[in-house]
Design a protein around this ligand. Sequence first.
Ligand code: FAD
Length: 364
Amino acid sequence: MTRPFDVAVLGGGVLGNFIAYHLARAGQRTCLLERGYTAGGTSGATHAWIYVSTKTPGHYGRFSYESSLLYERLEAEHGVDFQYERSGGLSILWTDEAVEAAHAMVAEQVAAGVACEVLTPEQTAAREPLLSPTHIKGAVYGPLDGCVNPFAVMYHMNALARSHGVDFRPYCEVTAVERDDDAFVVRTRGGVVRAAKVVLAGGVWTRDLARMLGFEAPIRPSRGQVLVSEPMPQMVEHIVANGSIRQLRERGVILFGRVMENDQTANLNTYDGLQAALRDVLRMAPGMGAVRVVRSYAGIRPKPFDDLPVLGEVPGQPGVFTAVTHSGVTLGPIIGLSLAELVTGRPTTYDLTHYGWDRVGATA
Ligand SMILES: Cc1cc2nc3c(=O)[nH]c(=O)nc-3n(C[C@H](O)[C@H](O)[C@H](O)COP(=O)(O)OP(=O)(O)OC[C@H]3O[C@@H](n4cnc5c(N)ncnc54)[C@H](O)[C@@H]3O)c2cc1C
């Protein structure tokens, strides 16, 4: 019988690739199992912002910011290009109450080391002329906010993981996970894999993987839908968070539409969803009416019960780790490193106090 892997990572999205890369760097014999190809799940159907300014509470903003710095470090270290742009982000405020709450949030974020500020309607429109100051009360501006090309991220991280020795197995759906005396037996459509530890990184499908081991992952699905424009002359400078508007620098294409449909698991676009998204966008940015939409896509977010990542070894399941979160593109680098540290029993570089399983039982 062949020697078991040290770790099998189940799911080859953005998190699985970062985790496998860091495990291999830490000297672990690692297998990465993916039922399709990398980017075939939610990581290929995302907005791919690296958004930090409104990630609350402060520790979570800081965690997101640290992750953004790791993107830059990886680019420099390996000479790869994730097409990372810190364009700055604007989160629109519609009411006086929202402005008041924004001041308190900004104070907390700044105290945590995450730069951001509250702008008046006029300051907002001056920064982003696409926005009309008429109906808004202001915005939170975050200079650290930006975005990547998720396909570039996954292409490079998968290549880096393989170059560090990861055994990547695409088109290898996991159908069962069982415990043997000294290893997990992972049954897949491409054969059996044995590993001393398993990391469940199946995005929203982590629920199915967890059930194979007899526990529930505390997440629910939330569908997003995104509209894609034809190439346009440069007309949007920032990420506009509320309508989820972002223009790709390279080709001028605008991605937009903020849709959050909880408990929807069907990966498809709907007329109602897209219409509602369009109405929101036109209310704050009438100039978007001139944009021609050429296609749309949908993706299913994994949404943890308290909106914070669920990372680490599962209570009562020795050797089983989860890495599941929304904002997985933002957090990929920091979760990859942190999971590798947890799996190998090393001290963690970043404070994971708020993201462990110990909080789950109490409130989930
Ligand atoms: C519309 C939309 C916009 C978003 N915008 C942002 C954003 O701006 N910034 C941000 O940070 N995040 C954003 N997100 C969220 C982000 O995309 C996700 O948090 C992230 O992609 C999750 O990555 P993952 O690796 O956990 O999951 P996935 O990318 O879904 O990867 C999981 C993988 O597991 C595989 N898998 C599942 N079951 C099995 C099995 N049985 N066997 C083998 N493989 C299996 C799947 O095929 C999949 O490839 C957005 C999401 C949506 C839908």
